[in-house]
Design a protein around this ligand. Structure first.
Ligand code: AP5
Length: 213
């Protein structure tokens, strides 16, 4: 099963993608996580990506597409995968469609996690992230057992640099301009499904599993 998670920054794509990956035993491929790991490790890609991410801008397609195309051809993707944060522009979507067509495949579902902008800024200011293992929490909705400490690996939780309110607003503007057109793209491809992302996360997951069933 090959799934794309769509939705605004902070809509809950990552939260849901991790659970989908666990339930269906497929890899969770998050371009944001890949860039953050590169930033943490001080790679050239990480240095370039950080310039854009800190401003709430998208990393250029030429730095993004090849890394995803390589990743989805790895052996663990043979049964499928869940893409989180990719594609984010029409050229990225076209590159993905073309790469899959070449090997006689196509995406099965594009799931739009729908959350209005007014809910997003609050969610993001409450998010705490573990930069070691990628786990995310929310100080009210999904708190860690011990404040400021990751349940999974015991590392310190942080507010992501791009979760500051002024950067979140820029990310929302970029989302509406460059990523929202993908809803129409995948609707035309006949694989778009939408879920109400303002519901509790267990209910959002139930709605998604009903779609995938
Ligand atoms: P990325 O990491 O992909 O960020 P994003 O898309 O902006 O999404 P987020 O990770 O911020 O949010 P999410 O939807 O996953 O929500 P989450 O589950 O964490 O990308 C970061 C940057 O990298 C981009 O800005 C760009 O610069 C670059 N980049 C990445 N991919 C790229 C690409 N393809 N092309 C170009 N550039 C790219 O949830 C948010 C919070 O809400 C959490 O605290 C969570 O606990 C909480 N929450 C989740 N669900 C619920 C719920 N149902 N109710 C209450 N709270 C909830």
């Amino acid at each position: 099963m090959k799934i794309i998670m769509l939705g605004a920054p902070g809509a809950g794509k990552g939260t849901q993608a991790k659970q989908i990956a666990a339930k269906y035993d497929i890899p969770h491929i998050s371009t944001g996580d890949i860039f953050r790991a590169n930033i943490k490790n001080g790679t050239e890609l990480g240095k370039k990506a950080k310039e854009y991410m800190d401003q709430g801008l998208l990393v250029p397609d030429e730095l993004t597409c090849d890394l995803v195309m390589d990743r989805i051809q790895e052996d663990d993707c043979a049964k499928g995968f869940v893409l989180d944060g990719f594609p984010r522009t029409i050229p990225q979507a076209e590159a993905l469609t073309a790469a899959l067509e070449k090997i006689g495949q196509k995406m099965d579902f594009a799931i739009d996690v729908d959350v209005p902008d007014e809910n997003i800024v609050n969610r993001m200011s409450g998010r705490r992230a573990c930069l070691e293992c990628g786990a995310t929490y929310h100080i009210v909705a999904i708190p860690p057992k011990q404040e400021g400490v990751c349940d999974n690996c015991g590392s310190k939780l942080v507010l992501r640099d791009d979760d500051k309110p002024e950067t979140v607003q820029k990310r929302l503007d970029v989302y509406h301009e460059q990523t929202q057109p993908l809803i129409d793209y995948y609707n035309k491809a006949g694989i778009l499904k939408s879920v109400d992302g303002t519901q509790p996360m267990e209910k959002v997951f139930e709605d998604i599993t009903n779609i995938l069933a």
